[in-house]
Design a protein around this ligand. Structure first.
Ligand code: DX5
Ligand code: ZN
Length: 212
């Protein structure tokens, strides 16, 4: 299982150092939460900030776009050095067109479902996807409680992908810590995002080891 610290909880006055710190602490991916204050009731950062961070680490950049019109900005995130770009199935852009655009840049495409969206919502797009991101909190903020009732979505998604002869990665995001990661593992999650669980710990290295 991969661990992807969510930089939503990092100290952005030293973003570069935080990237180096997480790589040294054993992170597998860098999870970057982009919010537009419209798709979710919070604003974070965009492609420019991601570009500033890119030289500090070779770890894959996993950009989670919680924005209403991702299609307009895919090129910016591609140019900024994102390795995986995940959009929400609930967004206002055309999903097929946006996934095609991501894939056209040679970037891995992800599709995410909010807690109230059924797993079936991603099925029509499965052939275009590298990853499905199952939200285990309502997107918008770090530090919320894990919703264990989202986990059955993982098997539904993996079973459907398998029936299409496809292996798919499933990522879970929100409320993952030492107490909840066991359920994620059991459910077959491949990548666990953890924000406050890693960044608010005294030692990120120990926190990541404990999650593993
Ligand atoms: C929520 C974000 C998450 C969040 C996770 O909208 O997508 O990545 O930062 O934070 P924790 O681990 O604190 O729930
Ligand atoms: Zn996220």
């Amino acid at each position: 299982m991969k661990i992807a610290p969510s930089f939503l909880s990092c100290d952005f006055s030293k973003f570069g150092e935080e990237l180096v710190r997480m790589e040294k602490a054993g992170a597998d991916w860098v999870h970057l939460d982009v919010m537009d204050g419209h798709f979710v009731p919070n604003i974070t950062f965009g492609a420019t900030v991601i570009k500033w961070g890119r030289p500090y680490t070779k770890l894959p950049f996993d950009a989670h776009l919680m924005i209403s019109e991702p299609h307009r900005y895919i090129k910016d995130f591609a140019d900024a050095g994102a390795d995986i770009i995940t959009i929400h199935v609930e967004c206002d852009s055309d999903i097929d067109e946006t996934l095609d655009l991501i894939n056209s840049f040679g970037i891995k495409a992800g599709l995410s479902v909010k807690p109230n969206t059924p797993a079936e919502a991603v099925f029509p797009y499965i052939d275009k996807l590298y990853m499905v991101l199952v939200m285990t909190v309502e997107p918008g903020f770090g530090g919320q409680s894990f919703m264990a009732d989202m986990l059955p979505k993982v098997k539904q998604i993996k079973d459907f992908a398998k029936s299409r002869g496809k292996d798919i990665i499933v990522e879970a995001d929100g409320g993952i810590n030492e107490n909840t990661i066991g359920d994620c593992k059991q459910a077959g999650i491949d990548v666990c995002v953890s924000g406050t669980g890693v960044f608010k710990a005294e030692s990120a290295e120990i926190a990541i080891q404990n999650l593993r």
